[in-house]
Design a protein around this ligand. Structure first.
Ligand code: 8YV
Length: 315
């Protein structure tokens, strides 16, 4: 049987690349010098696209592939794929839910703890000799016993809440409606009211046109100068200009961010701020989880081309 042709949008580790290369003719878009020429050349034979959550697909790619049948996304978020356009053309879309939930929640909670307790600065304090020279590290803010607001109590938000219950945090959440699996936690639907209530505001919403800038200037004002925002979802869920203004003015106390508009480039204003912890969009970045994600990308493609049911279908 001839191997189906797949357009590969971004890099995968070797343990994923090997099985993909064995099953398919992988065409590495990210290595192509002239992307437009590359699409003209291979687009007509492409039957599948393998991409990553943050890379998605663009219109030029979809238009260049008239025989496309499936887009397999390495990531739970598929906001960078035009799912409606794919569905209209009968193109399937798959993602990698569940396997990354716990790691993403772990990183979010770790960022909250590390940033609240100033651990990155404290490590530097030891390394640069300040401890010996200047003495005690400046006092930091307590975590346990405070109030957390979770914006989006889906799979990841739920795991964040479960972890934080162990820190005796008072937990409130916002979602389209109260969840029956969250009876111990307070439902506060309005994001401004949630932020008013919270010392820590977690953003764990799947991004869509409806959630764009849901963390608005008003939400940030409500969070206030003692408040911290933790974003482990997508940058588009937060009005980044408003966040930068608030962090610079001190009207929001701090931010721990794994995602940025235009990443991996980020607004240099972030780097001038010491009330921000920045991470390189690696909440799912453990060997174990990334291997499970890569396997799902591969297995969904194989299932499709063998005419079997897709494992984790979005559309
Ligand atoms: C990325 C993600 O796909 O799951 C998501 O939605 O954004 C991530 O897991 C990951 O960084 C791989 O590129």
């Amino acid at each position: 049987m001839t191997k189906p042709d797949i357009l590969q949008v971004g890099y995968y580790p070797e343990w994923d690349q090997g099985p993909l290369d064995a099953a398919f003719n992988m065409h590495r878009y990210f290595e192509a010098g002239d992307k437009a020429d590359f699409l003209v050349e291979i687009g007509p034979k492409v039957r599948g696209i393998a991409t990553r959550g943050e890379l998605g697909t663009d219109k030029a790619m979809l238009d260049a592939c008239p025989n496309l049948e499936i887009v397999s996304v390495y990531g739970v978020g598929y906001d960078a794929v035009d799912v409606a356009a794919c569905a209209a053309r009968g193109i399937h879309v798959t993602n990698t839910p569940d396997v990354l939930t716990n790691d993403v929640a772990d990183l979010g909670v770790a960022m909250m703890l590390a940033h609240s307790r100033g651990m990155i600065g404290a490590s530097e304090w030891v390394r640069d000799g300040s401890w010996a020279e200047k003495g005690l590290y400046p006092l930091q803010s307590r975590v346990w016993g405070k109030k957390v607001g979770i914006l989006g109590l889906g799979r990841i938000g739920f795991e964040v809440a479960k972890r934080l219950a162990g820190f005796d945090l008072d937990i409130a959440y916002s979602d389209v409606g109260p969840k029956d699996y969250a009876r111990d936690w307070t439902f506060i639907q309005d994001p401004v009211a949630l932020a008013t209530h919270a010392d820590f505001l977690f953003v764990t919403l799947a991004a869509s046109a409806e959630t764009r800038h849901i963390v608005s200037r008003d939400v940030l004002d409500a969070l206030g100068p003692q408040g911290m925002i933790i974003n482990i979802s997508r940058a588009a869920n937060v009005d980044e200009e408003a966040l930068l203004d608030a962090l610079e003015a001190g009207t929001v106390g701090g931010a721990a961010l794994d995602v940025f508009e235009g990443e991996p480039a980020l607004n240099p204003r972030f780097l001038a701020l010491d009330n921000v912890m920045v991470q390189p969009h690696h909440a799912s970045g453990t060997f174990e989880t990334r291997k499970a994600m890569g396997k799902l990308v591969h297995d969904n493609l194989v299932a499709h081309f063998e005419g079997r049911e897709l494992l984790t279908k979005v559309a």
